[in-house]
Design a protein around this ligand. Structure first.
Ligand code: ADP
Ligand code: MG
Length: 717
């Protein structure tokens, strides 16, 4: 019984043998009932026993320790004490009403305070009986007190010492209002833990469990909710994390190996006239070692009868365009057509212009197709694609529309990949009936290794880890608002030296109108501060023609300052621009800041990135800005980004097609377990690609269940 209205993601916990027991409706669990069942489903998407047992704690608190009141100080994160209420009194009236209780053990007295449900507390708490009190100490009215503590009669305590790290569960505000808090979930987990004993089948083959010294799935699932000590917790966590990552890897790698077998690829045997002419006569500068290495890798890929699926990572400015062009020339030399797809019109246009310029006088059919291409021109392109006179088609999403028909598409290059959804990529991929074209995905957003292994785990990865020579690293500075005048003085100096400046504003509000106002205010402000300087403005809501002409004016050097939203974030190349000012920099994500910074530092001049922020910024924002000031290394920034935000939020993962609903593993922290899972999966598939052996049949079964819960991955690359 699969739950079909869930997101089509990796559904951890559904992959195993469908144990009838775990598939029972949660309302049948003692202590739940129809009303709570509804809340559980609505708030936590918990509908069955299985959902609940896979609803893991997000943290644990060691409740084995009982403190003495004399030990308590206000800096402790939480305390657990045992004693009696000596007396209670209420103070204040109406909303200001509060209840305080003097609570004592043999070492002292502490104050317990309630602001809510005062009447209820007063009626239910009993003086003279022994309680276990749990909560966070704070200073209130000069005294140490515990506000809204958890109270349990000692004789009724469910968390019987010795033992038990208490798990804490995320609950929603609605749940808390219904007194359905973390503790209530924990109680349900204890009940469920008793019921499931002997009813959870193992999902991993015995030889793996033995070799990796894993605890059984059942033990792990029960223990994770009620570990007796830290070792038990560690073992249970390891087992569950491993399993989660292992099945993802097994799936990705089996797709990859099946695809390599199933799909023949076009064979580009030779490097011919166009490549050689370009290389010997037109190449404006020597290739960097990294560019050369990657071109060799690609060349090897396309010469094997197997479809290439390669991810090319290279920091901004590392020269990916050239690699794309030279790969396309190989395809052309072998009689094939190529498509180069960019995420925006500006970028497609820019690729078109720079590639035209690079190939100079060579006889190549290169066309541009975007959303704003006129009908008449579309017709011409259509004919050119059919006759084969167009060899390289550059464009935006327009390239993947159904009416764009190539006669012999051999290579697709996708630039700035993270802007494209999986579905879009898959569509492009289907453009050739029998044999799929080779695919080169290029991304300027460095991807942490763990993420690459997961999101792009089925792609081969090339990295350009070297910038063209002569680049000076961009110098990054962070200023608060009060230094604005100094920043302006600096900008003026720079303009007088002949360089150009970007000033970028973030999208702040939900409303486009307000964002536009924010940008326009910025524009006005800048034109007032620099009355004698020509300023351009660009934003996403402009008509393409107007936007283009503003970009063009800046590129030509007619205007010196470009005020923009993040539309300029990706790929725009103006070598003379050497200062990037980012307004309200605290509002940008790290990878976005890094992308923006990558717009400068392309010429010979020293370049600068100036991050402006208000005083009031949170710790995370501060860390982002510090990271930017500290390093120019895109990979380091990507790792930090993932640490700060968690992989689920990393740009692109949402569209990646692999749900990041990781329930327990964390790509930021569990790199080692991931590597182990990948190695184990690789080994298994190498020896038994179709998982047909007796000992692997269990894995095969789990995989096919996983596949039936999702869309077809095999067409996604
Ligand atoms: P990105 O990887 O960000 O797409 P580009 O392909 O736009 O980078 O290249 C950035 C700049 O570096 C361009 O101006 C390009 O002409 C230049 N460039 C590329 N390769 C080299 C090289 N080998 N030597 C010198 N400059 C190069
Ligand atoms: Mg680029």
């Amino acid at each position: 019984m699969l739950i079909t209205d869930q997101k089509p993601v990796f559904i951890f916990g559904y992959i195993c043998d469908m144990s009838e027991f775990l598939d029972q409706d949660i309302k049948f669990l003692p202590g739940v009932g129809p009303k709570r069942a509804e809340i559980l489903f609505k708030e936590l998407q918990v509908r069955t026993f299985r959902d609940l047992i896979y609803y893991f704690p997000y943290k644990y608190i060691d409740r084995t320790k009982i403190y003495r009141i004399s030990e308590i100080h206000s800096q402790m994160p939480y305390v657990q004490i045992k004693g009696k209420i000596r007396n209670m009194e209420t103070a204040g009236t109406g909303p200001k009403e509060r209840l305080t209780a003097a609570f004592s053990d043999e070492t002292g007295t502490i104050e317990l305070v309630w602001f809510k449900a005062v009447k209820w507390q007063k009626e239910n708490l009993k003086t003279g009986r022994e309680y276990i009190v749990f909560g966070k100490p704070s200073v209130f009215g000069g005294k140490i007190s515990v506000i809204h503590p958890e109270m349990e009669l000692a004789e009724e305590q469910i968390l019987k010492p010795p033992g038990l790290f208490q798990g804490f569960y995320i609950t929603s505000g609605n749940m808390k209002n219904a007194y359905f808090n973390s503790k209530a979930i924990h109680k349900l987990q204890l009940v469920l833990g008793n019921l499931v004993k002997g009813k959870i089948p193992e999902t991993l083959p015995e030889y793996l469990v033995k070799r990796l010294k894993l605890v059984s799935l059942e033990k792990a699932l029960i223990t994770i909710h009620q570990p007796g000590n830290s070792l038990e917790l560690k073992n249970a966590t390891f087992r569950l994390k491993f399993e989660e990552l292992f099945f993802i890897q097994l799936k990705i790698l089996s797709i990859k190996s099946n695809r390599d077998k199933k799909f023949r690829g076009f064979r580009f045997e030779k490097v011919g006239f166009n490549f050689n002419t370009f290389y010997h006569q037109y190449l404006p500068f020597p290739l960097t070692g990294a560019q050369m290495k990657v071109i060799k890798e690609i060349r090897r890929d396309v010469n094997r009868n197997v479809q290439m699926n390669r991810l090319l990572q290279g920091d901004v400015g590392s020269g990916k365009t050239l690699v794309a062009l030279m790969s396309m020339l190989i395809a052309v030399d072998n009689g094939f057509q190529c498509a180069l797809m960019a995420p925006t019109e500006i970028l497609a246009q820019q690729h078109f212009n720079s590639i035209k310029k690079l190939v100079g006088g060579m006889q190549l059919g290169i066309s541009l197709l975007t959303g704003s291409t006129r009908k008449k021109d579309r017709q011409i392109i259509s004919e050119g694609l059919e006759s084969g006179s167009i060899q390289i088609l550059i464009g935006t999403h327009a390239l993947i529309e159904d009416n764009v028909v190539f006669s012999k598409l051999g290579l697709v290059v996708i630039d700035e990949q993270h802007r494209f959804g999986v579905a879009q990529r898959a569509k492009l991929w289907q453009k050739n009936d029998s044999v799929p074209p080779h695919i080169l995905v290029m991304t300027a957003t460095p991807i942490p290794r763990t993420l690459a292994m997961t999101v792009y785990g089925d792609l081969d990865v090339s990295v350009i880890d070297e910038l063209p020579p002569g680049r000076k690293p961009v110098q990054t500075m962070h200023y608060f608002e009060n230094r604005r005048q100094q920043v302006y003085n600096f900008l003026r100096q720079q303009i007088e030296k002949g360089t150009q400046i970007y000033i970028v504003y973030p999208l702040i509000s939900e409303s486009e109108a307000l964002d536009l106002k924010n940008l326009e205010d910025g524009y006005r402000h800048i034109t007032e501060a620099f009355p004698d300087v020509k300023v351009s403005m660009v934003h996403g809501k402009m008509k393409p023609a107007i936007k283009d002409s503003a970009m063009q004016a800046f590129k030509n050097g007619d205007t010196k300052i470009m005020v923009a939203t993040t539309v300029i974030e990706v790929g725009v190349d103006v070598p003379n621009a050497s200062v990037m000012v980012i307004e309200s920099a605290e509002r940008f994500g790290l990878s976005q800041l890094h992308q923006l910074r990558g717009r400068v530092g392309r010429g010979a001049e020293q370049s600068y990135c100036i991050l402006m922020s208000s005083y009031k910024i949170g710790t995370e924002s501060r860390k982002r800005l510090e990271t930017m000031v500290r390093t120019n290394d895109g990979f380091e920034i990507a790792e930090m980004d993932m640490k700060l935000r968690g992989p689920g939020d990393i740009e692109g993962t949402a569209q990646s097609g692999i749900g990041f609903d990781l329930k327990i593993a964390n790509l930021g922290k569990d790199g080692e377990i991931l590597q182990l899972a990948r190695n184990v999966a690789t080994d298994i598939l190498e020896n038994d690609p179709l998982l047909q052996s007796d000992e692997n049949r269990l894995l095969q079964k789990s995989l096919s269940i996983m596949k039936s819960t999702e869309y077809d991955w095999s067409s996604i690359s």
